[in-house]
Design a binder for this molecule. Structure first.
Ligand SMILES: [Zn+2]
Length: 510
């Protein structure tokens, strides 16, 4: 008899491995952080002995779900502003509130709330992108979850950096300190091609390649982004980022809503992974990603919730079902993305898209013990048919709810048993989140008392700063201007030459 630490038996085991093996009367043996064996219960019980034997009473045991793209601290901005134009939502609400409130404390609390919500709904691993990412990593590791944590870099000032060089060096320090951690995969995130300069894209890709860590970004999310790219660069998004050397790194690209067949092949050859975010793409009216085509060309496509301000929850069961339904509806083909494939996207393919397929995503000996137990016997999932061998997948994708997850294990450690969280205090987190909501409410109510303060908030300036009036005209030649500046009437106080990125709003006359 071989020794294990724990055996889960009398379970319907879905391995989600290459052969999609399942064991209707199955068992899983765990030792330390890893899976020791998976197979028919009789074989496992005969071969292994363990001090802890858990009878799963016929429930499903499967790999933990993988949320392949999110911004976890944004749980604290959930429900802050909805049903708005993307630019108004982002530049008028999200970014000003982030500038005012996002701190290591904010990020830590938001991450803890997200971890509690995700553990409750069967998520064991997620891919994040935010500011103060080291604090996201610390809170996640304490909660016991696995995550790819990517420090954001962009060309605007951010809550954690005045200039991009600063966030880039934060990313380097973070990666240096956390590489090799048992739960955290440190990473860098050039936010998106339209919020980054060519220099940022190049330097973040070089950093990720130097440390052999993944690079997390948003690509081709909206039609507008692609249109602008074509106008300014004469090519769509994927060839542009390829030209900037982005694919020198192991890329995890969120969205990819507006990409053509050639671009999908470019991504495939570059070994890039995709995170499909069905709820976010619908809520922000970005469009529907060509997921069936992506899967057909062989891309690793995971499923993500995106941030909780554009979803507004982190429920992967909802995302999986929506991913299957959207693929069917958008192709007029009810056989598109069947249940086993939808679940595969939320497990093994998601892990592969995040470039951590060797660690997690399926139940196989040697992989980390990241698994969940799901009750498939509630009323909303009854009765149960056995004729079709794929019926368990259909039960999970089309009828199961996140609240049917009863137990969650990550890296061999229980994070939830019988629906009770073991590493986080839910009541305390709800109260602390509510305190932030009150402060943010007060900030926005004050801001909205005058148009000036609203504009100041949108612009990110302080009211004490001076305002300037600019007149902009296209110039044929610069020389006459330079000459006129030499005249004795003009007194130059200070000389400065800098690049500036402005945001302009165009509103239709109403
Ligand atoms: Zn996102």
């Amino acid at each position: 008899m071989k020794q294990a630490d724990l055996i889960l038996t009398n379970a319907h085991v879905l391995t989600m491995d290459e052969q999609m093996r399942q064991f209707p009367q199955g068992a899983v043996a765990v030792q330390g952080q890893s899976i020791l064996a998976v197979g028919p219960a009789d074989d496992i019980i005969r071969e292994f002995t363990a001090p802890v034997l858990i009878d799963c009473a016929g429930k499903v045991v499967m790999p933990g779900l993988i949320n392949a793209h999110t911004h976890v601290p944004m749980t604290l901005l959930r429900g802050l502003a909805d049903d708005l134009r993307l630019d108004v939502w982002l530049l008028g609400y999200m970014m000003p509130v982030e500038r005012e409130f996002v701190s290591p404390d904010f990020v830590r609390l938001g991450t803890q709330i997200a971890c509690a919500e995700m553990i409750r709904s069967g998520v064991t691993t997620f891919a994040d992108m935010y500011y103060f990412e080291e604090d996201v990593a610390r809170a996640t590791a304490e909660a016991g979850m696995r995550a790819l944590c990517a420090q954001t870099v962009l060309k605007f000032p951010t809550p954690d950096a005045q200039y991009f060089e600063e966030s880039l060096s934060m990313a380097r320090d973070f990666i240096t300190r956390w590489k090799g951690h048992p739960l955290i995969i440190p990473s860098v995130a050039p936010h998106a091609p339209y919020t980054c300069t060519e220099e940022i894209l190049r330097s973040t890709a070089a950093l990720a390649a130097e440390f052999d860590v993944p690079l997390h970004t948003h690509l081709a999310e909206t039609a507008q982004e692609v249109e602008n790219m074509r106008r300014e660069q004469g090519m769509p998004v994927i060839p542009y980022v390829k030209k900037q050397g982005l694919f020198e790194a192991k890329v995890l690209a969120a969205h990819c809503v507006h990409v053509d067949e050639g671009e999908l092949r470019t991504m495939l050859h570059a070994g890039a992974g995709v995170a499909h975010n069905p709820s976010s793409n619908l809520k922000l009216a970005s469009g529907i990603a060509p997921v069936s085509r992506m899967l057909a060309v062989g891309l690793n496509v995971g499923i993500g919730t995106d941030g909780p301000a554009s979803n507004n929850d982190l429920d992967m069961f909802e995302e999986i079902r929506l991913a299957a339904f959207l693929a069917k509806g958008s192709t007029s083909d009810p056989t598109a993305v069947p249940a086993p494939q939808a679940l595969l996207m939320a497990t093994r393919l998601g892990a592969q898209a995040m470039h951590i397929g060797h660690l997690t995503g399926s139940l196989e000996p040697g992989k980390r013990a990241d698994l969940i137990v799901v009750n498939i016997f509630p009323l909303h999932n009854a009765p149960r048919f056995l004729r079709d061998e794929n019926s368990a997948y259909a039960q999970l994708v089309y009828a199961a709810k996140s609240t049917d997850v009863t137990d969650v294990m990550v890296n061999g450690r229980w994070l939830m048993r019988d629906r009770a969280l073991l590493t986080l205090n839910e009541a305390e987190l709800i109260q602390a989140g509510q305190d932030y909501a009150r402060r943010i409410d007060t900030f926005l109510i004050q801001r909205e008392q005058s148009i000036l303060s609203k504009l100041v908030a949108i612009g990110g300036a302080m009211e004490e700063e001076s305002f300037e009036i600019q007149a902009k005209v296209p110039l044929e030649r610069i020389e006459p201007i330079l000459e006129s500046l030499q005249k004795p009437l003009i007194h130059i106080l200070r000389k400065r030459h800098y690049h500036e990125y402005d945001t302009y709003f165009f509103f239709p006359q109403e």
